[in-house]
Ligand binder design. Structure first.
Ligand code: LCS
Length: 393
């Protein structure tokens, strides 16, 4: 079946399906580390790339391959590379595509470790990086140096909800022959498809919306063209950050309801964002579905919907935010995001705490910012939980 000929929801159910010998209606779990060759010549042909037989699970595996085909189809890409975590994806991309002397431009408010690993470790190998407001095309142009090689965009950014213009980013990158990478974790391909805008690479922390059930950690990279895939795949194999077959099966299972989950959590998020914006104890709310978001119109243009992530700040700053977080009962005080359950966390002391305070403030991660990942519970219950927590502030 050619998955390009069927719609997004049908792809969620059928794309990447394995034609197995017993006619299984779901993807079988090939829980094996290695695969038997038919004979010595077959083994040699597999290694030489002259046979597409499976060799060893770090290199490839039918269950993992099924997930890779599924997500590549959802992202309108060439092929996928499943990895052990979102950070596995980040490191595969950095190490395969950046060389000594190269420079990378990144969204200022990227997920903390994507910045920390670059500034603390890749800098040792002579790779430079700048963190800017990639939502402003003029600032991207200003930041480009003769050695710039990559534009690394996270939109909406974690946790500021800043939005970059995908079309503008690709236009600038093409003028300067730069590689474009989009972290699409906050949206999932249900809401946004960077490869359709011409990005070279899209990746996810699959831990989040794609899996959606807060029970595995994983990542995936999808490329638009074969050329980039052929560079990234061997790096993943040699770094050894492959996904496990059982994990791949869990994600395939979770993905079947992606559209339903996204719709429901986004509907809840919209109601909660309105509630927060009208709350006397809230200083500001950043949510792409509110006209008060600085990039509201752009979000409407490039995202199918505003998603399920909300950032806000309490009027009493961090001490008020802490009281709120300590007082929730239904919402869970925990990092991560994109699951069926509503999570609340404090980026400055949790997910982004390893970035120095000045850099954090420059990128809009204020000490008082609280992040909500809205789940699929009854919205009345989330609202009444927040209300009783606000009463304690
Ligand atoms: N990219 C984004 C946008 C993320 O939010 C995360 C994880 C990653 C990459 C890394 O993915 P991982 O290796 O964890 O699968 N974000 C987290 C967060 O906001 N709270 O906990 C993890």
């Amino acid at each position: 079946m050619d998955s390009k000929k069927i719609g997004f929801n049908s792809r969620l159910i059928h794309a990447g399906m394995i034609d197995d010998q017993f006619g299984s209606a779901t993807v079988p779990i090939y829980q094996t580390s290695t695969f038997k060759f038919k004979n010595a010549d077959h083994g040699a042909a597999c290694f030489a790339g002259e046979s597409d037989g499976y060799i060893y699970t770090r290199i490839n595996n039918p269950t993992i391959n099924s997930l890779e085909q599924l997500v590549a189809s959802l992202e309108d890409g060439y092929k996928g590379i499943a990895v052990s975590s979102g950070m596995g994806a980040v490191n595969t991309i950095y190490s395969a595509l950046l060389e000594q002397g190269d420079h990378m431009i990144s969204t200022a408010a990227v997920y903390g470790p994507s910045r920390v690993i670059m500034e603390k470790h890749y800098s040792k190998y002579g790779i430079e990086s700048s963190y800017i407001d990639t939502g402003d095309p003029a600032k991207i142009r200003e930041a480009i140096r003769p050695n710039t090689r990559m534009l690394f965009i996270e939109t909406p950014a974690n946790p500021t909800m800043d939005i970059s213009d995908l079309e503008e980013v690709v236009k600038i990158a093409r003028e300067h022959q730069l590689i474009t990478v989009a972290d699409n974790t906050f949206c999932s391909p249900y809401l946004q498809k960077p490869l359709d805008y011409g990005f070279d690479i899209v990746f996810h922390s699959i831990t989040k919306f794609l899996n959606g059930h807060a029970d595995i950690v994983g990542g995936i990279i999808v490329t638009r063209e074969k050329e980039m895939y052929d560079i990234l795949r061997p790096m993943m194999v040699n770094l050894g950050c492959n996904m496990d077959p059982h994990q791949a099966y869990m994600v395939i299972r979770g993905l079947k309801t992606l559209s339903l989950r996204m719709e429901r959590s986004q509907e809840n998020a919209m109601k909660i964002a309105h509630y927060l914006e009208n709350h006397p104890k809230v200083a500001w709310v950043k949510y792409p579905g509110l006209p008060s978001h600085p990039k509201y119109k752009l979000a409407k243009r490039q995202m199918k919907g505003p998603g399920a992530m909300i950032s806000f700040e309490m009027k009493g700053g961090i001490s008020a935010g802490k009281t709120l977080m300590n007082s929730v009962n239904l919402c869970i005080l925990a990092v991560s995001l994109g699951g069926v359950e509503t999570l609340i966390q404090h980026p400055a002391s949790m997910t982004h705490s390893k970035i120095n305070q000045q850099a954090r403030e420059r990128s809009g991660i204020t000490d008082g910012l609280v992040r909500l990942s809205v789940g699929i519970e009854d919205v009345e219950d989330i609202l009444s939980d927040l209300e009783q927590a606000f009463d304690k502030v």
